[in-house]
Each structure stands twice: as C-alpha cells, then as structure tokens.
Design a protein around this ligand. Structure first.
Ligand code: S3P
Length: 435
C-alpha cells in the first residue's frame, strides 16, 4: 500500500527512464536484424522485460553490459521455435507487436498474458494479419490471448484499421517486412510513429502520409531484411515525465525534465496543460531518430480543458492524468472520443471515475471519457489502482493535492512502466511512501 500526504508545491529537475514504446521497438528490431546492436537508455521495467524474455525464447542473444547498455545479437530473420508459451505478462505492446513478428516468422508459437492482458482485444490485430495470410488459432476466448501462430507464407495487403492504434499499425508493419509486395495500412487518425522512424536506420523506408480526411497511411515494400545501425539511443519517456508535470500542475510547483522524447504524437498532454493556463516551456535540443529535449512545467491550471478528436491519440496514456489536472482546474472540463480507455490495462474510464470520486471530485464517466467539474479542494480517501500502473500513479498524483492523508492499493504498480516513480516523486518533495 502507498500512503500519500498532502504535498507542498513540488520541485523537480532531472531525467526520467527510457521511453517504453521506443524500448520495445529497439529490442524487437535489434533482435530481428543481422549484427549486434547496442541500446543505450533502454527502459528496464516489467513490460520491457516481457519483450526481452519473449525475444530470448525466440533465439535472440540479449545481454546487459556493465556500463548499463544492452547488447542484442540479432537473429538475422531466423527465429527459433520456442518450447514454452511466450509470456507477454501485462504488456499489450509486447503481445500485439510480437503477433506481427510471429505471423511472418515461420515458427509455431503460443502467446499468452496475465489476466488483464487476456481480456484485452486482439481482433484488431488478428483479423488484418489473417488478411495477409497469417495462421492464428484462438486457444481461449474468441480473439483474446492465448493465441497460437503457425508458420504461413504472408502476402502484401491494403489494410484499413478502425482504431488509431500504433500497436496494431506496428504489428502490421512488422508482418509486412516478411510479405512480398507493397503493403499499406490506413488508420482513422495519426498515431505514434516510433516503428516507422526506427525502421529507417535498420535500412527500411516506410512511407507516411496523411489522407485529406485526416487519416494516416503508412506503407512499405517487402520482403525486407533488417541490418543493425550499431547503436540506438532511447530518450526519456514523456508518459513517465507526465506524472511529474501533472504533479507540478496539481500542487502549483515546477517540474523540469530533460532528455525526454518530444515526438509530436506523444506530447498532446503538454499542449493541454498550456491550454489550461499552466506554464509550459518546450525546447528541442536534438533530432536523431526522434526529437529530444527539455520541458519545464510550472504552476496550476487556471481554466477548464477539452480533449476530443485527434488529440486523444496524442495523449492516450496521459488521459488519467489529464482527468486529475481537470479536477483542480476551475470550470467544466471534458474528455470525449476516448472509448479506447476502457480497453487498456483496466477500464480506465471507470477506474478514474471511482478514484476521483473517492477524492470528492465531481467526475462523471461517459461512454468515451469524463465530464469533470473542477476547482473544488481535492479530498482524501482509500484509493485502488485496479491493478493498472497508470491509474495507480495518476491517483497518487491527485492525492498529493488532497486535504489529508490518502492510501492507494496496488503495490509497485509503477514497475510496469516507470520503476523510479516513487523515488523521483519523493525527490521532488512528494509525500509518498510504501507502508
Ligand atoms: C503503444 C501504443 C498505445 C499506448 C500504449 C503503447 C505503443 O496503444 O496506449 O501504451 O507502444 O505502440 P494503442 O496502440 O493501443 O493505441
């Protein structure tokens, strides 16, 4: 259990651990490529460990060297057949991206996950993979893990997916690497493009275009073999930094994070904070595969916020935090068009409504977001992370602005994505402790 006491304005300056999405991709592409890749700044968390272990079971040699960087000796496209089911644990990115890899890998493999992941939708990736010729058996409930992938010869395809999901888009691009011909994937809105960017230094160009109606089209010509770029650097995770930025906003403090990924598809939360009157200063220091830089967030929100349409994908993982900031902002705030939140690691729409209500916030869940009447003093109470890392961390941040001591059930939930959450919040002056 975590105990959270009301916190003075926080003050943080530093870096956060490596980006989770980029870390998964760095491991996967390095494992598929020929040659040795050194990855600096890789996130070591439960989710990325799941990807690491699955790739090892498929034959990749992945070692941590004493300097802290990770060395991957790639399989040059020749994967071994695993003798045990691959365990994606709690990680949707591991499961969905590996389904794309396995579809084209020519091996038979079972993929499974924990209770949360077993409930998450896989149809969105299974159906388009089958349209490319993949052989996938449903071993449990329909379109859910556990799934079994069998060897098959893939063909290129034109695929339309209904959700703006980078996991699905990435799975299809990974499968398209093993399919002869021109594959195209269309999404209703742009989503994070880390896979497209990272494939370039591995020697594969992915074309990226916007449709006149705002949709996104990515395409590549297969089959393609990957060759290592030698070195990959993983920037800090803006989705982890967002907990510090939100803590600054709810306590009226300051959080400066450097070395953080500033990919436009990942910083929608910073734009929302600025729209709500929080001071936000963004400086791009360098652009390598990804733009990387420094962000300073200062002070409380002065007005309500609205999140809808394409903004949703640009802050999908930060929406629980957006709800917490909305709780302290005067006026009626709304999040719309975010039904996806109900199929994340938990039903985040329901979990945040429950948690914020415990804290006395006037928060109503809708089918696709929340209506939040903010500006009242946050209360205190017994909170539950619902086994969901981002819900647990977001509610802790809200409770920092509370009127008295709160507790949070869900020990170490941050180990999924942000293992130094507690230490960094404490360093910033946050009154959080494990009890
Ligand atoms: C991710 C994409 C997003 C995000 C998830 C990580 C990725 O999911 O919520 O935490 O690494 O591609 P969707 O692709 O389901 O939108």
């Amino acid at each position: 259990m975590i105990r959270i006491r009301p916190t003075e304005p926080i003050d943080f300056s530093g870096q956060v651990p490596g980006d989770k999405s980029i870390s998964h991709r760095a491991l996967i592409l390095s494992a598929l490529a020929s040659g040795v890749t050194v990855i600096e700044g890789l996130l070591h968390s439960a989710d990325t460990t799941a990807t690491w272990q699955c790739l090892r079971a498929l034959g990749a040699d992945i070692q941590q060297d004493p300097s802290g960087s990770v060395q991957v000796r790639g399989m040059a496209g020749r994967l071994s057949q695993p003798d045990q089911p691959l365990q994606a644990a709690n990680s949707g990115t591991t499961a969905r991206l590996l389904l794309g890899v396995l579809a084209a890998a020519g091996v038979q493999a079972r993929l499974d996950g924990d209770d949360s992941l077993r409930q998450r939708p896989m149809r969105r990736v299974v159906e388009p993979l089958r349209a490319m010729g993949a052989e996938i058996d449903e071993l449990g409930s329909s379109y859910r893990l556990p799934l079994q992938v069998r060897p098959a010869s893939l063909h290129a395809a034109n695929l339309q997916i209904a959700v703006a999901s980078a996991q699905v888009k990435s799975a299809l691009l990974l499968a398209a690497l093993g399919a002869a011909g021109h594959s195209e994937v269309r999404l209703p809105q742009p989503s994070r493009d880390h896979t497209e960017r990272m494939l370039a230094p591995f020697g594969v160009r992915v074309s990226q275009q916007l449709d006149p109606d705002g949709g996104e089209v990515v395409a590549l010509d297969g089959p393609r073999r990957l060759s290592t770029p030698g070195l990959l650097k993983v920037p800090g995770d803006p989705s982890s930094a967002a907990f510090l930025w939100a803590a600054a906003a709810v306590t009226g403090g300051r959080a400066e994070v450097s070395g953080v990924c500033l990919n436009a598809r990942r910083i929608g939360f910073l734009h929302l904070l600025a729209e709500m009157g929080v001071q936000v200063q963004i400086t791009v220091d360098q652009v390598d595969i990804e733009p990387v830089g420094r962000v300073v967030v200062t002070g409380r929100p002065t007005r309500a916020g609205l999140v809808s349409g394409p903004q949703v994908a640009d802050m999908i993982d930060e929406l629980p935090l957006a709800a917490c900031v909305m709780a302290v902002a005067p006026g009626l705030s709304r999040v719309e068009g975010a039904a996806e939140l109900s199929v994340k690691e938990s039903d985040r729409i329901a979990a945040m409504e429950r948690g914020l209500s415990v804290l006395g916030v006037d928060c109503t869940a809708t089918s696709d977001g929340w209506r939040i009447k903010g500006g009242r003093r946050i209360g205190h109470g017994q909170l539950d992370s619902d086994g969901d890392h981002r819900v647990g961390m977001a509610l802790s941040v809200a409770a920092m602005a509370g009127s008295d001591v709160s507790t949070l059930l869900g020990d170490r939930v941050w180990e999924i994505s942000y293992p130094t959450f507690l230490e960094q919040m404490q360093l910033a002056g946050g009154q959080l402790e494990r009890v």
